[in-house]
Design a binder for this molecule. Sequence first.
Ligand SMILES: *Cc1c(COP(=O)(O)O)cnc(C)c1O
Length: 398
Amino acid sequence: MNNAEWKEKGDSVFVGTYSRFPAAMVKGEGCRLWDADGKEYLDFLAGIAVCSLGHCHPAVTEAICAQAGKLMHVSNLFYTEPQTELAELLIENSFADRVFMANSGAEANEAAIKLARITSGSGRYEIISLSGSFHGRTLATVAATGQPKFHEGFEPLPEGFIHAPFGDPAALEKLITPATCAILCEPLQGESGVRPLQEEYLKAIRSLCDQHDLLLIFDEVQTGIGRTGSLFAYQQLGVTPDIMTLAKALGNGLPIGAMLTRREIAKAFVPGTHASTFGGNPVAAAAGVAVLRTMLADGFFASLAERSDYFMNRLEETATRFPALASGARGRGMLLGLVLTEQGIEHGQEIVQQLFERGFLINFAGMRVLRFIPPLIVSTEEIDLLIDALSEVLLSFS
Ligand SMILES: *Cc1c(COP(=O)(O)O)cnc(C)c1O
């Protein structure tokens, strides 16, 4: 079947929650994808910041195949080797000493929200998150998400989620009440347009948490696992959270999420308080172990830093060449955005579409920023190809 046939069939069977590119992907390798018509793409989307080691990375594929031939699932009523090893690796390389395994970002955040409430004790349940944030699509995580458009039609939402204006610690402090138990934020907002939180802002949030005895929860579902240039974004920011959530790149494509915290906080979760049938499933966890071992190998982040600087420079230079359409570039690591002007925003969706037609995959985050989230292994040659195509497309709108 070709792309058009897959599209027709797909549109007749799926609930319409996505507007999809008109392509059925059939194969991936590194930063490249191929569709059912045999067309090749350079992938600057990576399955929404998931396939960070590239498609079908041999170490990950091998680990998955080996584990699938040994043991696929037993539930969390037993210990398994891959899950234990993954938790150990996460602990050795972070502030945390306890891990809860989930299957997705929203689930990891649900665990964090429930833990923050139960560990803070009765009467303390409010969680303050930031406007423009994205935390997932379950009822609680959508309530935590600071974008009203995601709430519409789903009211009444769970109680106790308060949104503070972005970038204003004084406004945030005014929202703290005796019922507040935690502040939840992404160190860099991915979905709403690659918006980094300034270090001073994050430090102010940390000190508000310390002053008012609140837990600081970092949603590193998108920023974590190497995306921003270190294993976790918090490691570059001089601010350590009390709880951190991960998912997206943790399994390089297999669904897995995790909530990390410290023992004193974790002890409020006991048998029966929270659970997951699949969380940390051996096959997904084996993928996670392969991901972490690959990223923690010598030279991985040094090489990433060089290519990230290169990409950032090329994006800044692109913004300078097309001032009517783009005002600058921002982001960290391989979570980068070209910020569009009002005029550029009008063409944003079309720019993405034209790049797709030329065989380059990107997206339009928050309807204002062209977001580039390629596999972390993307080469400077591949970055050049993208910049050339992007320049041609921008030129056609100038
Ligand atoms: C993608 C994302 C989520 C939701 O993860 P799912 O796996 O889709 O549930 C939560 N928080 C952030 C910051 C994300 O980028």
